[in-house]
Design a protein around this ligand. Structure first.
Ligand SMILES: *Cc1c(COP(=O)(O)O)cnc(C)c1O
Length: 392
């Protein structure tokens, strides 16, 4: 019996080392990693420039308290606000913590504006994390079951449905924010039918009512969709944006960025984190962003995403059970007409790491550095596995 709590149904493999999009198991078998630790290893495994930056930082300073100035943190804050056009940032250690910060920020903003019981609009099929508040904000009854009482103060609306949000606006006067993923990840790689219209519509409703527009870019941010941030496919800017996953390339880090009126809400003592923004994590984040920039990985992700979509569409065109292939950059979903959780195991046997989410959606989040040959190899291996699965 393993001495860890039983929170994961683990695949039967242990990895020993990685390089680029490749991982090697203890028995020597080589795997193509199309999951990247769930959108974390954007630079692939063991990127030499990242390894060097982390080595150098570890030998100087790993951690000091936030009661002092931290040079690496200031550098990362400078860089993040420059590429996002946000004003400032709070650093933490994960996606759920970044969202917790945004929820606290929104509530405080409500109280500062005379609203005693502020509420936040969240979406169906949303995923915001596993802490009590972010689990309550998450739109999946299965993951909430057994953890009641949930945290109050959230109102649910259908995703990609401006009318649903308008209706809430017309009957409620204590709403203070919308928290939404520009593209839903765990919910099944759900891309709004028109991302520009959807986010612009949400922006307009927020402006009309003095609400904060808060974007959870924990999965879709950091180059994943072919732009630094998914909302940069549109003309709007959020008031708050949360990041984590790809930001530290595997060194745990989260960030909650704010702009304009949202950037003055927190004052000393209102929020904090012991590890948040420590020298190691922020040095990893800073190196990650610089490497993405130097190697033009946003643009590259966009091209590889298009190639992968095109290849799957071609190779799977005769499979009637494949409902569709969709992507924005390297956030790729292949939806089947049936539950397909077993595909992860079958793919593993073929030397391929994938994930299935929302029961019927194969989710691919390959590293931004994946090259053309590897992208093609991925589609060949997976198409074969899908066809074998569907033939059964
Ligand atoms: C993964 C994820 C989270 C939670 O991040 P953790 O680091 O696991 O806490 C929150 N929001 C979105 C959109 C995510 O994909």
């Amino acid at each position: 019996m393993l001495k860890m709590m039983d929170t994961y149904a683990r695949q039967p493999v242990t990895f020993e080392k990685g390089e680029g999009v490749w991982l090697w198991a203890k028995d020597g078998k080589k795997y193509l990693d199309a999951l990247s630790g769930v959108a974390v290893n954007g630079l692939g495994h063991a990127h030499p420039k990242l390894v060097k930056a982390i080595h150098e930082q570890v030998s100087k300073l790993i951690h000091v308290s936030n009661v002092y100035h931290i040079a690496e943190q200031e550098k990362l804050a400078e860089k993040l606000t420059a590429i996002s056009h946000m004003d400032n940032v709070f650093f933490c250690n994960s996606g759920c913590e970044a969202n917790e910060a945004s929820i606290k920020l929104a509530r405080l903003y409500g109280h500062q504006n005379g609203i005693e019981t502020p509420e936040i609009i969240v979406m169906e099929k949303a995923f915001h994390g596993r802490t009590m508040a972010t689990l309550s904000a998450t739109g999946n009854r299965k993951s909430q079951a057994g953890f009641e009482p949930l945290v109050g103060g959230f109102i649910r609306a259908a995703y990609d449905d401006l009318e649903a949000v308008q209706q809430i606006a017309s009957r409620k006067n204590n709403v203070i924010a919308i928290l939404v993923e520009p593209i839903q990840g765990e919910g099944g790689i759900n891309i709004p039918s028109n991302i520009q219209n959807y986010l612009k519509g949400l922006r307009e409703i927020c402006d009309q009512h003095n609400w904060l527009l808060m974007l959870d870019e924990v999965q879709c941010g950091i180059g994943r969709t072919g732009k630094w941030f998914a909302h940069q496919h549109t003309s709007i800017k959020p008031d708050v944006m949360t990041l984590a996953k790809g930001l530290g390339s595997g060194v745990p880090i989260g960030a909650c960025l704010a702009r304009g009126k949202a950037s003055h809400v927190f004052t000393p003592g209102k929020h904090g984190s012991t590890f948040g923004g420590n020298p190691l994590a922020t040095a990893a984040g800073f190196a990650t962003l610089n490497i993405i920039e130097e190697e033009k990985l946003c643009n590259h992700a966009s091209k590889m995403g298009a190639l992968i979509n095109e290849e799957f569409t071609k190779q799977l065109k005769d499979c009637l059970q494949v409902k569709g292939v969709r992507n924005l950059g390297l956030m790729v979903g292949i939806e089947l007409d049936q539950p397909c959780g077993d595909l992860t195991k079958l793919a593993l046997e073929e030397g391929l790491l994938i994930n299935v989410t929302a029961e019927k959606v194969i989710r691919l989040l390959p590293a931004l550095i994946i090259n053309e040959a590897e992208a093609r190899e991925l589609t060949v291996r997976l198409s074969k596995v899908i066809k074998a699965f569907l033939a059964k």
